[in-house]
Design a protein around this ligand. Structure first.
Ligand code: ASP
Length: 367
């Protein structure tokens, strides 16, 4: 029996064509896309397809679309060996990160891919990206899928999705995973590094709660779909000269529940009283604040410099080496599944899906 893969089309450049009037690229329908890759029929798997009714540019992705995508995967979970999602590259890291939290204890691959040039373009990168994603999704050992996590495949590399960021709007190599190596490289052979793949353990607040309340009998081998997210969150990127008025206005937005604070270097921020006090007040108003670095690579280590000691003291949560994309997704997820700052902190600073390195080199300096 050939493995079965569900290929889901959400939109993105891969399926775009130039609008004859405006000359801007816009998504077109799935059947036209598949005509351009008759090669996929040669793959050793059965491919079923599902298309969003209105394929979109990924800049329009939001919670509703994530839910739709999650539901499609969840409803078809038992019938397929893996899932390949065609998605615009602009917000692919956000979607990949979010899916990684929505699906706890995955037993199959969900691979997102797309392209920098439309599939109809002579120089397109779409074909290789799609064909290799499908090949990766069917890799198995003794009848079980090898990859059991949410990944992004782009330009010869397979990444853990929640470790990625889009880095380049021009090159075919659009993504990077600065704090975790590629899970697989596609060259003459498909080299999957089995040691880098996610293998658990189950470290999830919702799982822990269920276990505690005995509301469900937790089975560690079973996938659980948890699509609820809370989106009253924002990213505040620091820059020299940011004013008191701006920080105060942001920290007092009605209904705000979480801030991802993009700080400098290893988690440093202004030491000015007004700044620290404004954050402190926000924390007292039950707003969770997570410290992530603006740097492309490396980790936050509060307490390494004087400029971060205060942040630690007032109760900021350390994002360690998480990307901003994954931090947003994790915050939306944890706001839903934790009910105190202590448990939010505990789970944010723990690796739930391989999204952070629990003990980074920088942090060791602070102990
Ligand atoms: N704007 C496109 C999108 O994200 C870019 C791409 O697909 O690469 O949908």
């Amino acid at each position: 029996m050939k493995p079965k893969i569900l290929l889901i089309y959400t939109g993105g450049t891969i399926g775009m064509m130039k609008d004859p009037e405006t000359k801007a690229l816009r998504a077109f329908d799935f059947s036209k896309l598949l005509v351009h890759i008759p090669e996929i029929k040669q793959l050793d798997c059965e491919i079923a397809t599902y298309s969003f009714d209105n394929p979109m540019d990924s800049s329009d992705m939001n919670l509703k679309e994530w839910r739709k995508l999650g539901d499609v995967i969840n409803e078809n979970y038992d019938d397929y060996e893996g899932f390949v999602v065609l998605h615009g590259s602009d917000t692919m890291s956000y979607t990949g990160s979010t899916l990684s939290f929505m699906f706890e204890n995955l037993t199959k691959p969900i691979i997102l891919t797309g392209s920098q040039l439309p599939i109809g373009d002579l120089r397109t990168d779409a074909k290789e990206n799609l064909i290799t994603s499908l090949q990766l999704a069917i890799q198995s050992k003794e009848g079980t899928p090898i990859i059991k996590e949410v990944c992004i495949y782009f330009e010869y590399q397979l990444y853990r999705a929640n470790r990625t960021a889009k880095m380049n709007a021009e090159r075919f190599e659009a993504f990077s995973s600065p704090n975790y190596p590629s899970l697989a490289i596609s060259g003459v052979h498909l080299n999957i590094d089995q040691n880098l793949l996610w293998k658990g353990p189950v470290n999830d607040p919702a799982f822990a709660k269920a276990e505690q309340q005995k509301s469900s009998v937790p089975n560690t081998n079973q996938m659980r779909y948890r699509p609820q997210l809370i989106d009253d969150v924002l990213v505040l990127k620091l820059f020299p000269g940011i004013t008191k008025e701006v920080v105060r206005a942001i920290c007092t937005i009605p209904g705000l529940k979480g801030i991802i604070l993009e700080t400098y270097g290893s988690g440093n921020a202004p030491t000015k009283k007004w700044f620290v006090n404004t954050l402190k007040e926000a924390l007292e108003n039950n707003i969770r604040i997570v410290n992530v670095t603006q740097c492309i690579g490396g980790a936050v280590a509060m307490g390494k410099y004087e400029t971060s000691i205060q942040l630690k003291k007032i109760g900021l949560v350390s994002g360690k080496d998480i990307t901003t994309e994954a931090a947003i997704a994790k915050m939306m997820y944890l706001l839903q599944h934790t009910d105190s700052l202590a448990s939010f902190r505990k789970y944010f600073e723990t690796s739930l899906r391989g999204e952070i390195t629990e003990e980074s080199l920088n942090e060791k300096d602070c102990q």
